[in-house]
Design a protein around this ligand. Structure first.
Ligand SMILES: NC(=O)c1ccc[n+]([C@@H]2O[C@H](COP(=O)([O-])OP(=O)(O)OC[C@H]3O[C@@H](n4cnc5c(N)ncnc54)[C@H](OP(=O)(O)O)[C@@H]3O)[C@@H](O)[C@H]2O)c1
Length: 305
């Protein structure tokens, strides 16, 4: 099969190459998925799991990409809950070969059915951003209706999901980003917008929940805005500062079939929209991840038409 591999962390996404690899086999409780569309996060080259296994041994050349939408073509020993020919989407194991390939072996529990009216490209754009937003707001942030939420990077892949879901759950959402992000963020439902380059973040006053995907100085300043009993949720590592009388939580997204179902149902009925930018074939994936100019939206690799 064709696959993208990485061997050289220092070379970054430019060092990815398209190669021939053996098709994966389904282990116990796995399925093999014929990949129709694949998502990739451009910080993956910096994650230890992209290059090493759980015992920290080199596992390169490894196949990156951990989001997929496709069709089940084989079942491993003991696999239940999914069947051959079924459309699926989901988030794959960080430490296994990923989804920038024609086939991927995935534990069945990491996948959910993809309804027939949801395009594979859309399906592949949902797992990381949708699950991260859901888990940060609802599981870790314990969001309640009427609460005030700062959604940093509100025009980005995760932030646009955070903004839409927080609004749906009855929160007042303060989106942030750069000047050009104002209209997209308001379009995703933010009640107001803070341009982090030109406005004062501190002017928004106290909030119940900060969803931080920027970190650094923005993360530190955000901690001061969390009111007593509130939560600072970070997806970019432990916060350098903690709320004085609140919680600081950092987490890495996990797959969850029920949550994937909640997310895709919202896409079907128009409550949630994804922010897809470039869509490119596998042959052009390396170029798509190394654009010569900044392109908004999530890049999806359409592996199979
Ligand atoms: N822990 C987890 O499970 C998890 C899951 C998903 C993502 N992540 C991490 O979360 C981060 C965001 O992911 P994403 O996919 O949402 O990225 P993205 O689509 O690039 O969105 C990030 C948004 O924030 C904006 N932004 C970043 N720094 C900013 C700053 N200093 N001032 C103003 N705006 C700023 C970006 O604008 P510009 O593009 O103009 O900078 C962009 O609009 C990444 O570091 C990713 O690795 C973690």
């Amino acid at each position: 099969m064709k696959a993208i591999v990485v061997t050289d962390q220092a070379a970054g996404t430019a060092g990815m190459t398209l190669v021939e690899r053996p098709e994966p086999q389904a282990a116990i409780n796995d399925v093999v998925v014929q990949v129709y569309a694949s998502g990739f996060v451009n910080t993956e080259l910096g994650w230890p799991s992209t290059l090493t296994d759980r015992l920290d041994r080199d596992r390169t050349p490894s196949i990156p990409g951990h989001e997929l939408a496709g069709v089940v073509t084989a079942l491993g020993y003991g696999t239940t809950g999914l069947s051959i020919g079924q459309r699926v989407f989901g988030l794959t194991d960080w430490y296994r070969d990923g989804t920038l390939a024609e086939y991927a072996a995935v534990e069945a529990r990491n996948l959910a059915p993809l309804p027939g009216d949801v395009d594979f490209t859309v399906g592949a754009s949902l797992p990381i951003s949708g699950l991260t937003a859901w888990q940060g707001l609802i599981v870790h942030g314990r969001l309640q209706p009427g609460q005030r939420v700062i959604a940093h990077g509100a025009a980005g892949a995760v932030g646009s999901m955070v903004t839409q879901l927080a609004r749906e759950f009855g929160a007042y959402v303060i989106g942030t980003g750069r000047a050009a992000d104002r209209q997209p963020a308001l379009g995703f439902g933010a009640n107001e917008f803070v341009d982090l380059d030109n406005d004062s973040l501190e002017d928004v006053g106290q909030v119940d929940l900060v969803f931080d995907l920027i970190g650094g100085d923005i993360g530190k300043r955000s901690a001061c805005l969390v009111r007593a009993g509130g939560t600072l949720v970070s997806i970019v590592g432990p916060s350098e500062a903690r709320p004085v009388d609140g919680l600081a939580v950092d987490f890495v997204v996990e797959s969850d079939r029920a949550q994937l179902g909640e997310i895709v149902q919202r896409v079907r009925d128009g409550r949630l929209r994804t922010h897809i930018g470039t869509v490119a074939p596998l042959d052009d994936a390396v170029a798509a991840f190394n654009p010569t100019e900044r392109r908004p939206g999530k890049t999806i690799i359409r592996v199979r038409q």
